[in-house]
Design a protein around this ligand. Structure first.
Ligand SMILES: [Zn+2]
Length: 524
């Protein structure tokens, strides 16, 4: 299998992609009792396979300028998407001048077909001569016992709507049908493939463009910063959970370390990311764990369907794109549910970055991946890194100022700092006008943020000047004693006095202020 897949990779991608497999043998007892050793042996074996990627025959062909590997890839032009040089290019998608290779075009069709119709099935089939239906990336599957005719060995994978299955069958010999997310019965139907495929749609069924997702962020049309959010997250220390997760204390340590339990853990995690995350992205958090209401940052917000696209969710990780504020709320839901269904035994870390919707998606993925690494580097993981990177004062280093343990984000940033400000202030565009509240305008919040950052910088240098400045700011805000806002003012002073005592509270308040600014900023 390794050899045949690598031949296909060589033909289609050259040496850019390859598959390395490793294995180790074990007795049943070793499988359960000495997994650490076994995992190490397998890793070693994979490492060896990586350093010896190709067979002698592959290498001979690679060094032969006239071999198929070198002629196929020796096109004059290159694909405008993946930049592989290729002999065959065709128009990429609609409304662009871009031309792409068969693989990129196949992936485009796959994406289109997966989101385009909800009632699709995957079909493994052999086309007849008059095949008009384009398969998704032409991965050739070789089936050894099919028959001896080489042409008959080529099977392709298609995405077909259920309604056109009969028409499809006229031009194809169908070998297998896999249903997507729902159970189906019938001729040739094999298995159900779980796929997190939720995309936000408008009332007319159309899928939201990135631009429209960004526009829908915030609490209203003209409120808040209109940005696309990108979330990447995965499970922390997954290897450790598998290696040590079922080993208990006491005499019968390996009692629970059975193969079926390992298989179950693997399957349940995959199902969490494929099925539960897909449901939560739609705004439905019922059915696993206890909470039934989706998390919202502001108490009065109603969640209908979330403006989020699932780009990928499965295995142990997620990659989501959507309105930045809904994405943050969903991230918290996912983390809370994961903690609940695993009894806090399995944690995850995430990066959430904000982008202008026209930014290249590959760059969005890279930067968000870097944020996720920052969250993983936080002591004990179980963290999220928010918003993006800033350069430090000397402009040399890129840093993320908003990295939190999930519990600190929820309890300290949102439910303490943000809610306190919401209680004490009228925040334009966010809450209702009340006589007893002071007004939190942009001028005040920017001043507050500047001083908080100053306090954080001072702490590192052993200075106190910004503490004095923030107290001066508070003194200037003091209303007359008979003013209805006097009580709120007093509470605000008490809160600030408490918060500036610790770095954690200053940092959390700064992040809360950042969030508020994103909600109130002019769309411009
Ligand atoms: Zn390409």
């Amino acid at each position: 299998m390794e050899k045949s897949i690598n031949e296909w990779f060589l033909t289609v991608f050259g040496t850019k992609l390859y598959l390395a497999l490793g294995s180790a043998t074990a007795t049943a007892d070793e499988l359960i009792q000495s997994q650490r050793t076994l995992f190490r042996k397998v890793s070693q074996s994979v490492g060896e396979a990586k350093s010896k990627r190709y067979s002698e025959q592959h290498l001979t062909d690679l060094f032969n300028p006239n071999s198929t590997y070198n002629t196929v890839l020796h096109g004059e032009r290159e694909c405008s998407i993946c930049h592989t040089s290729t002999a065959t290019l065709s128009p990429y998608g609609k409304g662009t001048d871009a031309e792409a290779c068969p693989i990129c075009n196949g992936l485009y069709r796959l994406g289109e077909q997966i989101v385009g119709s909800r009632d699709t099935v995957f079909v493994l089939a052999r086309p007849n001569n008059n095949d008009t239906c384009e398969s998704i990336p032409k991965v050739e599957v070789y089936v050894n016992n099919w028959n001896d005719d080489a042409d008959n060995l080529r099977l392709y994978l298609y995405v077909v709507t259920e309604s056109s299955l009969q028409k499809f069958e006229a031009n194809h010999e169908i070998l297998r049908i896999y249903s997507k997310n729902t159970a189906k019965t019938g001729h040739n139907v094999f298995n159900r493939i779980w796929l997190a495929d939720y995309v936000a749609r408008k009332d007319n069924g159309q899928v939201y463009e990135f631009e429209e997702l960004a526009t829908s962020s915030g609490l209203g049309e003209d409120k808040g910063i209109k940005r696309l959010g990108v979330l990447r997250a995965d499970v922390d220390n997954l290897g450790a959970a598998f290696i040590g997760g079922f080993i208990s204390e006491g005499s019968d340590r390996f009692k629970y370390g059975t193969l079926s339990r390992y298989a179950d853990l693997s399957r349940d995690l995959a199902m969490f990311f494929k099925v539960a995350v897909n449901k939560m992205a739609q705004g439905d958090v019922q059915g696993f764990g206890t909470s039934v209401m989706p998390f919202t940052i502001w108490a009065n917000k109603q969640v209908t369907t979330r403006k989020i696209h699932v780009i990928y969710s499965g295995g142990d990780d997620v990659f989501l794109v959507g309105a930045w504020d809904e994405l943050l709320e969903l991230a918290i839901d996912i983390r809370e549910k994961l903690a609940e269904v695993t009894d806090n035994k399995i944690t995850m870390s995430a990066g959430l970055a904000l982008f202008s919707p026209s930014y290249p998606i590959s760059q969005m993925a890279t930067i968000t991946g870097l944020l996720e690494s920052v969250a993983k580097d936080n002591d004990g993981k179980d963290s999220i890194a928010l918003f993006g990177f800033e350069t430090n004062s000397s402009g040399e280093e890129r840093i993320c100022r908003h990295v939190y343990k999930w519990d600190d984000l929820i309890n300290n940033v949102i439910e303490d700092k943000l809610y306190t400000l919401d209680q004490l202030f009228v925040i334009p565009g966010i809450n209702e006008v009340q006589d007893s509240k002071m007004k939190l305008g942009k001028g005040l919040i920017y001043k507050l943020m500047e001083l908080l950052q100053g306090i954080l910088n001072d702490r590192a240098l052993g200075k106190h000047i910004n503490v004095a400045r923030i107290l001066y700011l508070l003194a200037r805000l003091e209303p007359k004693k008979n003013n209805p806002t006097y009580e709120s003012y007093k509470n605000f002073v008490t809160a600030i006095h408490r918060w500036i005592q610790s770095e954690e509270d200053c940092k959390a308040l700064l992040t809360a202020c950042n969030l508020i600014v994103y909600y109130m900023r002019d769309t411009k």
